[in-house]
Design a protein around this ligand. Structure first.
Ligand code: 4AD
Ligand code: MG
Length: 432
């Protein structure tokens, strides 16, 4: 008997096949049992009719518990009543391994309980849908950057540098030295851009931030493209094309997952329209002031109510350009005519999801950077290699970092980043 995966059912209609699966749920009467089956690729229904199978098969099916693993055999048929469109008419059930008293039942559970059972919670249809969207965003990321001739480069995770400032570093011992878990691969990606032109990274990054919001993880995954011979304006074009491409690919390839999550696809479609609006930091402050926000002054960073208000003033994701130099990292290019701002942009997602991209043009002047490193209290010995990049054929270059979990949270339309990563690391949680 051919063993198939549920997702391939459409290619096996009318055939008798075997599927390895778990029993996600079960309903039965005296005459018929409906098994909700999942195999990781999808969920669908198995139907066991008492009068059509040997008595022991029906009894086995009737007595299955939630999350028992099984090998089911039967005929694939179309099922117009289900969203998935196919089901299996079961003729045999073989139990692989029993499951008793599975803790996550179809009733409601509290968030803490579910987080404590994250290793099991991942099996549920909603979590499955979110991870499908995450997977599609990762897949589409590789496709986009490959199409545009970027080389994937992997920066180190153990580093001696602190690109985003020293306040939220995870320190560890590196034999007789100190090392940090990477906050961002950017500085290494700048070296890589000078070697390969256009590069991107995708990897875990760490921030020891004492933030307990729905947007903050301690360990999150970032995509960091870096482009030689590229100024800010061209970088913004890459960013908006990339984000629109991600949304379009989720629409094209994750329709079922979006339906499971109840995400409005018409709303998502508006996020594929280019270009995305741009507003300067100065104008954003003015916009906020005009609308009754007196809790922010020029020079301060936006809080989430500010970002949400700015985002709600536009239909698509919006770029906020040229922030004050004092609140941004050391490596950003100074504005040509203004001392107080730098050439940078954050992309703010619609619907209150906040900043999903931070990026900038990079400073190229050796002396300026050295002074910045000193002013930011960084150890200049650790940055000597980085300064070398400005000594040997320095070129204008720009790059950005997209936070994967925030992007998944936004596109999937869920409430909190903790569901956008398989095993979230949060301020008060490293279990499981
Ligand atoms: O704005 P950030 O800190 O920028 C950088 O790290 C740059 N070095 C990137 C670059 O230019 N190569 O972080 C980039 C993005 C944010 O916009 C956000 O989406 C995400 O990373 N991010 C977080 N996501 C979840 N939890 C956190 N604590 C995050 N901090 C940043
Ligand atoms: Mg940022």
């Amino acid at each position: 008997m051919e063993q198939i995966q549920i997702i391939d059912s459409k290619n096996h209609v009318g055939e008798t096949v075997t599927i390895g699966a778990w029993v996600a749920n079960k309903r039965s009467s005296g005459k018929i049992a409906f098994l909700q089956l999942r195999d990781g690729t999808a969920f669908f229904q198995g139907v066991v009719v008492k009068s059509e199978v040997p008595e022991e098969v029906f009894q086995t099916a009737k007595n299955l518990h939630q999350e028992t693993s099984v090998l089911v055999t039967g005929e694939i048929r179309e099922d117009s009543r289900s969203k998935f469109g196919y089901e299996i008419g079961i003729t045999n059930v073989e139990v692989v391994s029993e499951s008793h008293d599975y803790p996550i039942t179809p009733k409601e559970h509290g968030t803490d309980f579910l987080m404590d059972h994250r290793h099991l919670w991942l099996r549920s249809s909603r979590q499955h849908a979110i991870m499908q969207i995450r997977n599609e965003i990762i897949r589409a990321t590789y496709e986009f950057f490959n199409q545009h001739h970027f080389v994937k480069i992997d920066p180190p995770i153990l580093t001696g540098s602190a690109p985003e400032g020293t306040t939220d570093l995870f320190e560890t011992n590196y034999f007789d030295q100190k090392a940090y878990l990477s906050q961002s691969g950017q500085l290494y990606m700048e070296a890589a851009a000078m070697a390969f032109g256009k590069v991107f990274s995708f990897g875990p990054t760490f921030r020891a931030e004492k933030s307990k919001t729905r947007r903050h993880l301690i360990e999150f995954w970032m995509i960091e493209p870096e482009m030689a011979f590229t100024h800010q304006e061209e970088s913004l074009e890459v960013q908006e094309q990339y984000v629109a491409f991600l949304v379009q690919n989720v629409l094209d390839h994750c329709e079922y997952a979006l339906d499971v999550l109840g995400r409005d696809k018409e709303v998502l479609k508006t996020y594929t329209k280019l270009p995305f609006p741009r507003i300067t930091y100065d104008d954003a402050i003015e916009l906020l002031k005009k609308n009754g926000f007196d809790d922010i002054e020029w020079g301060e960073d936006f809080g989430s109510p500010h970002e949400t208000f700015i985002a709600n003033s536009f239909e698509q994701p919006v770029f906020i350009l040229n922030y004050p130099k004092a609140i941004k990292p050391f490596y950003m290019k100074p504005h040509p005519t203004r001392e107080d701002v730098v050439i940078c942009a954050d992309m703010i997602a619609p619907e209150g999801y906040g900043e999903i991209i931070g990026g900038s043009e990079r400073a190229t002047d050796y002396d300026f950077l050295l002074e910045q490193i000193r002013n930011h209290g960084l150890d200049e010995k650790e940055y000597s290699w980085y300064l070398d990049l400005r000594k040997y054929g320095s070129v204008p270059h720009s790059g950005f970092g997209l936070g994967l979990e925030r992007t998944v949270t936004w596109i999937a339309g869920i409430d909190h980043v903790r569901e956008a990563i398989p095993f979230p690391r949060l301020l008060n949680r490293i279990y499981p």
